[in-house]
Design a binder for this molecule. Sequence first.
Ligand code: AMP
Ligand code: MG
Length: 327
Amino acid sequence: MEGARILQSGGVVAIPTETVYGLAADAFNENAIKKVFEVKGRPQDNPLLVHIYKLEQVYDICKDIPKEAERVFEAFWPGSVTLIFNKKECISDTVTAGMKTVAVRFPKSEIARAIIKESGTLLVAPSANLSGKPSTTNAEHCFDDLNGKISCILDGGSCSIGLESTIIDMSTPEPILLRPGAISVEEICNVIPNLIYKKELLSVGNSDIPKAPGMKYRHYAPDVPVTLIEGEYTKTSKWIKENVNKNDVIICFQEFLSEFNDYKYVYSLGSFNKLNIAAQKIFDLLRECDKVENVNHIYIQAPKSSGLGSSINNRLEKASSGDIIHI
Ligand code: AMP
Ligand code: MG
């Protein structure tokens, strides 16, 4: 496979996974890793996830793996939960941004696992978007951001989940949720009830949490400013109708589309009863809205904050840089 050959020779390749597309490179090739930071414009102090294709590999690169992590392996791996452990010597400081811990992801996507296997190494693969922009969930998104910067995008169609993995720090005395994601907090708590989850740790503007360096950067943001409207659905829909200019962009649930017939740009998140569809669509919509000409503002009706809704809101709160209206 051409992609695997490029990875073996130190190149960078955009690859599909079940969550979002990844910008992959050989995790043991310093130059290749540096290229990933360069291509994305990613700050050097934002560490990368290491992708494995079989469970044993986590023991090759990590140490001090607690018993409760093994319960997570059993319940969710391969799958969209990323775990952080103390790293072994073989993982370089360039991957971990100088930290003693490394984040490991074992993707469910068979294409992703096949690419890792065929490349004959492990892969670092942050989301395949320019730093700060919405993540990429299909090959066209990758092309839009990375054309001219990388020589290969592997087209695996649209990502089935569309939201990044859930990240849990397992190197601390009690596991800590660092990023809500594809697998909901509730599902994780069924397996590790002692999971520490503090919303304030995860929200916008928390700049100095040493364990979660990536959180301090602007994320998932289109060029056009975003306002997030949180609250009960009928109330948020009413607020949008009463306050939003007819030329601005509205992203709302399918159930409310008919309220906005006289608006120019209205996009559907699917039904509020099927938040997995909203997860699949959200980054595509943010990117789509950015392309609408002469638009000044995007208003988004927030999903309810539980299950996958909390993870989607986490992304939208960041996309809005904290411009949130609670009704
Ligand atoms: P992405 O850039 O989309 O791949 O997201 C990866 C996230 O994982 C970023 O927010 C990183 O800061 C975070 N991350 C990676 N490695 C570590 C680590 N060792 N400790 C804490 N967070 C990490
Ligand atoms: Mg990212």
